[in-house]
Design a binder for this molecule. Structure first.
Ligand code: C5P
Length: 232
């Protein structure tokens, strides 16, 4: 499996997204479409970006009863995305149902990964509001193990957690890691961050990079810098 840089296309409209993607004339980056853009522009944005030759990670983080998730995954599978996701908190049964729904008649399917704990959830809130009496690292490892037991391909986690996930679930188990910043760049609202170079050393398979590329004065140069540090 090849390492790759995924650009988080967190734009509010199809127009702004295409304006951004039009800057890339020599390469076709792997792009992440999240809830904001999907809810604003609908499934047609996925088809259009796919038609332009990009790989797509559809980041909709499904979490519902197994039957609903299975049927929704079957719909997403028809969009021909390359990667999609759900919340591991939905249980192993929900994840197995998702995998079934996602698998096409010919046996192929997009990569399916699970969100363990959102990086915005602190250990304190998890314990006091959600009444989960464990350390956040223990829940991340347990959710990753559940994800593997359900037959999925990997998890989304902080790059700083990728090492412990690999230790628990094996090096073939995919880690997709947002929270990446250049050593000399703005941190913004991200807390548990690291550089593309360090994410590579820790063992991330895919880094998800948004603002350091989308808000850069020269987004193509910023993308190439990520690829140079992480992949090459
Ligand atoms: O702009 P930035 O590089 O912070 O973008 C990171 C992307 O990864 C955003 O789309 C954000 O929603 C997503 N993400 C994250 N942390 C998670 C899961 C997803 O930052 N735990």
């Amino acid at each position: 499996m090849g390492k790759d840089v995924i650009i988080a296309c967190d734009f509010e409209s199809a127009e702004k997204t295409f304006e951004f993607l039009d800057r890339f004339t020599d390469e076709k980056p792997f792009v992440k479409i999240g809830m904001e853009l999907f809810y604003a522009a609908g499934p047609s944005i996925v088809r259009e970006i796919k038609k332009r030759g990009h790989k797509i990670f559809l980041d909709l983080k499904l979490h519902d009863i197994p039957n609903t998730v299975k049927k929704s995954m079957a719909v997403l599978s028809k969009l021909d995305v390359d990667m999609t996701n759900l919340h591991a908190a939905g249980t192993i049964d929900m994840m197995k149902a998702a995998l079934e729904g996602l698998t096409r008649e010919d046996g192929t399917r997009p990569i399916l990964i699970a969100v363990t704990q959102l990086t915005s959830t602190s250990e304190e809130r998890m314990q006091n509001e959600l009444l989960i009496n464990a350390s956040i690292n223990d829940t991340i490892v347990k959710y990753a193990e559940n994800t593997k037991a359900a037959g999925l391909d990997g998890v989304v986690c902080s790059p700083l957690e990728a090492g412990m996930v690999k230790t628990a679930c094996g090096k073939e188990f995919i880690t997709v890691t947002p929270g990446v910043r250049f050593a000399d760049g703005d941190v913004g609202d991200q807390v548990r961050i690291t550089t593309p170079q360090k994410a590579k050393e820790i063992g991330s398979d895919y880094i998800v990079v948004g603002r350091p590329i989308t808000q850069a004065a020269d987004p193509v140069a910023a993308y190439r810098r990520c690829v140079n540090e992480f992949v090459d």
